[in-house]
Write a protein that binds this ligand. Structure first.
Ligand code: SAH
Ligand code: SF4
Length: 460
């Protein structure tokens, strides 16, 4: 989500004449977009801020601005931050960059073209070019109050963007070569309830699915309580929506779920997971888990472990509980020792590695549709529809030798597998899935056109 926000802020500033720089040293403006979901993320942002001090000394005109989850929405909440971080010129809300625009050079003294802008995540990654895939926030904020979570305190209530606005944004990306979008929201399946006519996520899928030149639609993160049958069915029915659900369960014990203020039971969640798998054949299910929540006993952790064994998720993101100031859980004693948290975390990781490996083995010898994103360590790299990383070699000695596969859909026959990735060779045909025939697009061109691939492939 921060990545998507960074790109939006960056694009807005580009329109005022700023350009991106790869070199932090060259920047006239540095924006740090922060995360504070766990203490470690906040520590990392603070470390980065510390390292900007010397740059400020070197360039007196350098503007440093901070946005994202570290910045509380109310003005009085921001005041202590100015004291703590004197090298920061401005703390601003991600959705309201007006105050940033105000401290930049006045309209009229337009910035020089070489005036540089640095926009990035906590790691100061600089994204000047748009790639094959793009992230699009469709609903901001969160109406839940999970007891461990800082997000609602920092990001406020849910606010959906309109379907028209989202579709227009995505069409713009497609013109610049984007072939896959990931629609984002903390509770993406709550999308639209605050809009006139109350469209839902399925309605948004239908609209985005119509965009010509876009091949894949992903979505994150679904709340178990908000996922409707209509939404699940739309994933099965719409050819561009990838069969991948991120449905965080957080814990596999009902008492812990209650203390977390997650409004469902383990039994409810298991039924939902079964419905997803029955309704969307071949779908992948991923989840988030917190271990070491205050008061979590060995037995309660065992319930989580057993749930993971029963459901056999395709992916699990596991985190050790980290107390966050201002949350309800912060008033509970953080009484699971660090060592125990670490053991539980590692137990989940070991279990999941075995499960992921066995899922990978099912791909051996099969053809997988891959959208190629980039070239890395001498191989082409992309993802399956179910979000598995896939690598393949340049097919030397064949008619595709030397082809730039970036942004292309290709079938790859899987030959070797690891738990987290698959390696194979080009099967030779673009994918025809669910009755759709996909033309090949030139990522550089403004409009879609058939290029690059030998005709025998493009016409298949
Ligand atoms: N809206 C999503 C995810 C929110 S934050 C949801 O409802 O699940 C992303 C993940 O960070 C969460 O799924 C959770 O597993 C983790 N997380 C959030 N707060 C945390 C905390 N205080 N300590 C450890 N992990 C946390
Ligand atoms: Fe945080 Fe819960 Fe909202 Fe997710 S649903 S963002 S975990 S409060």
């Amino acid at each position: 989500m921060n990545h998507a926000d960074s790109i939006r802020i960056g694009s807005a500033l580009e329109q005022t004449g700023y350009t991106f720089t790869e070199q932090v040293d060259n920047a006239d403006l540095i924006i740090l977009n922060t995360c504070s979901v766990r203490q470690r993320a906040e520590d990392s942002a603070q470390g980065k801020l510390g390292s900007l001090g010397p740059l400020k000394k070197k360039n007196k005109d350098l503007v440093v601005a901070v946005t994202g989850c570290m910045v509380p929405p109310q003005e009085e909440g921001k005041r202590p931050l100015y004291k703590r971080f004197p090298m920061v010129d401005l703390f601003f809300d991600t959705l309201d960059p007006q105050s940033l625009i105000e401290i930049l050079p006045e309209p009229g003294c337009a910035p020089e073209p070489e005036q540089a802008l640095s926009v990035g995540g906590t790691g100061l990654t600089i994204q000047s070019k748009i790639g094959v895939t793009a992230f699009v926030s469709v609903i901001h904020g969160c109406n839940y109050t999970c007891s461990y979570c800082i997000v609602p305190l920092r990001r406020g209530k849910e606010k959906s963007r309109t379907i028209d606005e989202i579709v227009t944004e995505i069409k713009g990306y497609v013109k610049r070569g984007v072939r896959e979008v990931t629609l984002l929201g903390q509770t993406i399946d709550a999308y639209g309830h605050d809009l006139p006519g109350r469209p839902d996520l399925a309605d948004l899928f239908y609209a985005v699915n119509q965009i010509e030149g876009l091949w894949r639609i992903r979505f994150l993160t679904s709340h178990p309580k908000m996922m409707s049958y209509k939404m699940i069915k739309s994933v099965a029915d719409l050819p561009k929506v990838c069969e991948y659900f991120n449905l965080p369960v957080q814990a596999g014990d009902n008492a812990i779920l209650k203390a977390m203020k997650r409004p469902y039971t383990v039994e409810f969640y298991e039924k939902l997971a079964a419905t997803v798998r029955e309704t969307v054949p071949g779908s992948a299910l991923s989840t988030d888990i917190i271990v070491g929540f205050p008061g979590e006993t060995d037995e309660q952790f065992q319930h989580t472990y057993e749930l993971l064994e029963r459901i056999r998720f395709n992916e699990v993101h596991v985190a050790a509980y980290s107390p966050r100031p201002g949350t309800l859980a912060n008033t509970y004693e953080d009484n699971v020792p660090l060592e125990v948290k670490r053991e539980r975390l590692q137990a989940v990781e070991r279990l999941q590695e075995g499960i992921a490996r066995s899922y990978s083995q099912e791909f051996l010898g099969k053809d997988v549709e891959v959208l190629v994103e980039t070239r890395e360590k001498g191989k082409w790299k992309g993802r399956s529809r179910t979000n598995k990383l896939v690598f393949f070699d340049n097919p030397t000695g064949t008619e595709y030798d030397g082809l730039d596969w970036t942004g292309k859909l290709v079938d790859v026959t899987i030959e070797t597998v690891g738990p987290w990735s698959l390696v194979g060779r080009v099967a030779g045909t673009p994918a025809v899935r669910k009755g759709r025939l996909l033309p090949v697009f030139n990522a550089e061109a403004d409009t879609a056109c058939e290029v690059d691939l030998p005709l025998s492939i493009a016409n298949k």
